[in-house]
Write a protein that binds this ligand. Structure first.
Ligand code: NAG
Length: 351
């Protein structure tokens, strides 16, 4: 009876654009993703759901016509409102704090002599492999889910440091994103309200990072567990690179150094990505922009899709393995700064 009232109410509210809304789809969505709502919040979520559903349908028709390179689908983000979606991202643009530009060089320096980060440039004389995939290197880190905390920056940092420890030390170490969330605030990170990998890397240089088996993820910011940090191994990095803002620098860094943190503008199309090569097109138009970079993810490889002959970046996201291609997205790889991907790229250095 309650459900019926709600449906009638919803149809009235939406009567301006009254269409054949398929309520079975909403019921199925709620069942599939275990959603339970109060009457007053359900309406809003149902509205979000039907709006996205329509975009997804339009988008997939465009896909069938060959006008975009990826398929989209309903997933656990489909009914979320803006506040909830913010908690699925969490990148805040920030340069590393307390750095000075070294006189006459491209180096930045931390303290009198110690470089905290340097700019990484592509060298046109180096021949790189056609494809790279660090997920097949023996480094094992399962796909994470940041849940309802804007901690993408912490996860992306943890991922690339973990990969670097595998590459340099042949150790599979799961670095703790929660450690960054709770303990790196003195470097101006904001926990579940966001942060930058640059600051997380700086934290790992200065303080060291603990591992996620002892410092577990809590899906919220808590006070720094100093005791856990003191009683368990901490892993440090020596410095890091900020990549020159172009395709070639990223390709070379992924091939020669390891997984790289990049940040993009995540919008509706990206959120609804299911498979294929994400090209920033949503429902017929280029929707992501270089001006609203909000989500840090990790490039773990690159290659060329054989069937469509399209170059892509292989990207590890932190929305669980039930999103995209088992938690990953292949993103269009061109010289263009698609969705702002080449703007904030970082990779740790362990010497
Ligand atoms: C990190 O290092 C700074 C500088 O040495 C220190 O002030 C701070 O207390 C440390 N924080 C943690 C969580 O270890």
């Amino acid at each position: 009876m309650k459900a019926l009232t709600l449906k009638i109410l919803f149809v009235c509210v939406c009567s301006v654009f009254l269409k054949q809304l398929n309520f079975d789809k909403w019921d199925e969505f709620k069942r599939r993703f275990g959603r339970k709502f109060h009457l007053n919040t359900e309406l809003k979520h149902m509205q979000n759901f039907f709006q996205k559903l329509e975009k997804i349908d339009v988008h997939n028709k465009e896909y069938a016509l060959g006008k975009t390179k990826y398929l989209s689908d309903i997933n656990k983000l489909t009914d979320l409102d803006q506040d909830q979606l913010k908690r699925k991202t969490g990148f805040i643009p920030s340069e590393p704090s307390r750095v000075k530009r070294g006189a006459g060089t491209k180096r930045y320096a931390y303290g009198p002599n110690r470089p905290i980060f340097r700019i990484y440039f592509a060298d046109q004389h180096i021949t790189l492999p056609e494809s790279v995939d660090w997920t097949k290197s023996g480094w094992s880190e399962p796909v994470s889910d940041q849940l309802d905390c804007g901690s993408c920056w912490a996860f992306s940092s943890a991922t690339m440091i973990s990969a670097q420890l595998w590459i340099k030390k042949r150790k599979n170490v799961p670095i703790s994103p929660q450690d960054f969330i709770d303990c790196s605030t003195y470097l101006s990170t904001k926990g579940c309200d966001g942060g930058s990998p640059a600051n997380a890397l700086e934290f790992t240089i200065l303080n060291g990072s603990s591992t996620s088996d002892v410092y577990q993820y809590r899906n919220q910011q808590e006070s720094c567990r100093v005791f856990v940090r003191e009683q368990n191994p901490l892993y440090k990095i020596t410095s890091f690179y900020k990549l020159d803002e172009n395709h070639d620098a990223l390709k070379q860094a992924v091939a020669l150094l390891g997984p790289v943190s990049v940040s993009i503008n995540s919008e509706d199309g990206f959120q609804s990505y299911k498979s294929g090569i994400y090209d920033g097109i949503d429902a017929g138009r280029l929707e992501c922009s270089i001006n609203d970079i909000n989500h840090a993810v990790t490039v773990v490889g690159y290659g060329t899709d054989k069937t469509t002959n399209t170059d892509y970046w292989l990207i590890k996201n932190t929305w669980g393995s039930d999103w995209g291609e088992s938690g990953y997205v292949r993103m269009l790889r061109t010289k263009d700064n698609l969705c702002g991907i080449y703007k904030y790229m970082f990779v740790p250095v362990i010497e």
